[in-house]
Design a protein around this ligand. Structure first.
Ligand code: AMP
Length: 393
């Protein structure tokens, strides 16, 4: 079967074969079984390791996944299963592309645990269990950071002491890479400019922006961790680093307390108490002042990044909105891009309200697109791409 939109997959590998995509998080496992682009099964096992939960650990969770698949005649032992694709959050500078998993690869992902102490161990647990269940099956790690590995040293380097930064691997890595890869490609194709210049705004509960040219990422808003950049559901995004010092020295907060404040009690939740944009917008419509401030901080930050990435790219073919907010909130799209007509950026209100694929006016120099992201499909594609390249030797 060829890819979506009737496009062939070319060198990335024909979308043939079945791939089980696993996203093993600290407390949940999400899975999707794909045959080409067709979804055969999907599901989520939640509350892993929580008090009172029947799912004790990742091993138990993956056994539930295996049982759910087997019950539908699609078990892990099925000879039709080609490969398993694992989402892995942090690839550091070690992994710049999807990688066939071996003992050595597992060891190198372990070395990156200090950079992603919550995520990489969970991803590794998923890999270890499925390797035990199907040792003969090819398994591929697809890294959230990999798509951003092409950003230049100018974009990746923090202006701090070089020796400290290098010793501790402190630099900008970026995240949500599979989504930025998928959406930038789809958006460029949607406006007839494959290989063009794209600004991707991935706005979900986590949020990040990227500037992509010719399929290569030049800039992205998340940094060494997913805390940098845009305002998110519960994360602050950009912040004067001295705020952290102040919270410690003056407010006497511990590092764990500051971590919790910035990652879980900031962003939209910190500003107005709600991290769900639907609730924020309802309150905004009812005249709630906290919601109004939160919404304006959110959209102002977005607009600032659009301007910055326009400057990074020089010219822009398309701005693509994706993620739960980007795909579903005409108000965010309209407000974030309001007043940018001089840059060739405009949103057509009727198209925007209908959530059409292209929401800019026909004569706009810069197209604005709404592109639903599909990270599982992208992981499956990249997994099959590696398998077919490996098989071709
Ligand atoms: P994601 O992380 O991509 O699944 O996005 C989840 C977020 O999308 C939710 O927390 C909501 O804030 C937002 N969202 C979903 N549907 C809508 C909608 N109709 N309008 C505005 N925001 C939405």
């Amino acid at each position: 079967m060829s890819g979506r939109d009737g496009r062939g997959e070319g060198d990335e590998g024909e979308m043939v074969g079945r791939v089980l995509v696993l996203n093993t998080g600290s407390s949940s496992v999400k899975y999707r079984l794909l045959a080409g682009a067709e979804r055969l099964a999907s599901g989520t096992v939640e509350r892993i390791g929580e008090p009172g939960s029947p799912v004790a650990d990742h091993e138990a969770a993956l056994k539930i996944v295996a049982t759910e698949l087997a019950d539908r005649g699609l078990g892990l032992d099925s000879p039709e299963l080609t490969a398993i694709g694992h989402r892995v959050v942090h690839g550091g500078t070690t992994f710049t592309e999807p990688t066939l998993i071996t003992e050595e690869v597992v060891r190198k992902i372990e070395e990156l645990v200090p950079l992603a102490p919550l995520h990489n161990p969970a991803n590794l647990a998923g890999i270890e269990v499925t390797r035990r269940l199907r040792p003969d099956l090819p398994q591929v790690a697809v890294f959230d950071t990999a798509f951003h590995s092409t950003i230049s040293p100018a974009a990746a380097t923090y202006a701090i002491d070089r020796e400290v930064a290098e010793r501790l691997r402190i630099r900008r890595y970026g995240f949500h890479g599979t989504s930025h890869a998928y959406v930038s490609r789809e958006a460029a194709a949607a406006v007839g400019r494959p290989g063009g210049n794209v600004i991707v705004l991935h706005l979900g509960n986590g949020a990040s922006a990227s500037a992509v040219s010719g399929g290569r990422c030049l800039e992205t808003s998340m940094g060494m961790t997913p805390l940098e950049g845009l305002v998110m559901g519960t994360r602050s995004g950009d912040l004067d680093p001295a705020v952290v010092l102040y919270l410690g020295r003056v407010a006497g907060m511990s590092l764990d307390e500051i971590d919790e404040l910035l990652n879980r009690r900031s962003g939209m939740r910190g500003l107005c108490g709600d991290n769900d944009m639907r609730a924020v917008q309802e309150r905004l419509a009812a005249g709630d002042r906290d919601a109004r401030l939160a919404f304006s901080v959110y959209c102002h930050r977005l607009r600032k990044y659009v301007g910055a990435y326009y400057a990074v790219l020089g010219t822009v073919d398309v701005i693509a909105f994706t993620g739960g907010v980007g795909e579903n909130s005409p108000l965010v799209r309209q407000t974030a891009l309001d007043g940018l007509e001089a840059m060739g950026i405009a949103v057509d209100p009727a198209r925007n309200a209908r959530g059409e694929r292209i929401v800019s006016p026909d004569d706009a120099a810069v197209k604005v697109a709404v592109i639903p992201t599909d990270e599982e499909l992208e992981i499956a594609r990249q997994t099959l791409g590696i398998i077919s390249r490996t098989n071709r030797g």
